[in-house]
Design a protein around this ligand. Structure first.
Ligand code: GDP
Length: 317
């Protein structure tokens, strides 16, 4: 079983690549829930949705989130009723939020609700929220302490970031299945997701981070930072606010206590040669995923590296 820790857009692109080259039955996803929000009275989990839609073949490629070909009639109607509409929810997407909220109101956990939704969408991979308790990413800015979606979607991530914290993380337990799957994985992959606010909340759950340290599986990460910049979104500002250099060295630093392999972009070959961390293997590949083919190629490269690593571990001679 391959275990993938992931967030939203960057992570979902890589997940679309994996979907093309590995059987869904061999994949378990541990997904960030730090971006979750209550919207129009519904429980919305944007990263769980992106990964679910990616594995169901439903993800909108143009937007990188939500359901392909979706309409936005409800959003428009809510605007006409003077309700907030800064968080975009498509009509088909809304159906999933309604269903999840119904399950949660019936007393199901987020894990159970996610499994039920996956079953309805014929997703055969195992998709796990990182935790069933609420861990919330908060971004401290000069205009105030914002939820991740207020910072990212409502305010277009334009505010300077003073700090990032994950409320509830100290007491949060990993969701059922998360630690077991990491401990028994054939390999663990950290998708090219934002290290600060997509992978960061997952690692803030102490028992998950500990499982990554303890697992006998090789742990590989694909860098979301290329040429000292984020490929998209606010990762650079958020990493800097956490004291991490905005470079592949910063990605290594974020994961330094458990990372075995870094897959950096070919554009970072020089920086990769300068990385000096005993035990870390660094490989360069094209990590920019524009087409379905790019996504599949990157997934194949990562899997080939991991199986070579496993073969080496099995026969060190
Ligand atoms: P989000 O922050 O919730 O949208 O989701 P993610 O954390 O999964 O995705 C954002 C991260 O993905 C950013 O840090 C980007 O730099 C990274 N990213 C996006 N597209 C690509 C890509 O094609 N290649 C690589 N290497 N990173 C990417």
């Amino acid at each position: 079983m391959i275990v993938v820790l992931t967030g939203g857009t960057g992570g979902a692109k890589f997940v679309e690549g994996l979907r093309q080259v590995v059987s869904a039955h061999d994949l378990t996803f541990v997904v960030n829930t730090g971006d979750d929000l209550e919207w129009w009275g519904l429980y919305v989990s944007p990263d769980l949705d992106s990964i679910t839609y990616a594995m169901a073949g439903l993800l909108s490629k143009e937007r990188g989130w939500g359901v392909k070909g979706d309409t936005f009639f409800c959003l428009q109607a809510m605007g006409e009723l003077a309700e907030p509409i800064w968080f975009n929810v498509g009509d088909r997407d809304l159906a999933v939020h309604l269903l999840r909220s119904k399950y949660l109101a019936q007393g199901k956990t987020l894990t159970e609700a996610t499994t039920a939704i996956c079953n309805k969408l014929a997703v055969q991979a195992r998709i796990l929220p990182m935790s069933n308790s609420r861990v919330e990413t908060r971004v401290d800015t000069p205009v105030g302490d914002l939820s991740f979606q207020e910072y990212f979607v409502q305010r277009w991530y334009q505010d300077p970031v003073k700090s990032v914290r994950f409320t509830g993380a100290t007491d949060a337990e990993p969701a059922p299945g998360v630690v077991d799957s990491i401990m028994s994985a054939s390999a663990v992959i950290l998708a090219p997701s934002n290290p600060a606010t997509s992978i960061g909340p997952i690692l803030a759950v102490a028992d998950i981070r500990e499982a990554l340290r303890q697992t006998p599986a090789t742990v590989a990460a694909i860098s979301p930072i290329v040429n000292d910049a984020a490929v998209s979104g606010p990762a650079a500002a958020l990493m800097a606010a956490q004291g991490l250099p905005v470079s592949i060295a910063g990605v290594v630093k974020a994961y330094e206590d458990f990372l075995d392999i870094l897959i950096a972009d070919v554009r970072d070959l020089e920086a990769a040669n300068k990385l000096d961390r005993p035990g870390l293997r660094v490989h360069c590949a094209n990590t920019i995923m524009r087409t379905a083919d790019d996504k599949a190629k990157l997934a194949r490269t990562v899997l080939a590296l991991l199986s070579a690593e496993n073969a080496r571990a099995a026969d060190p001679s």
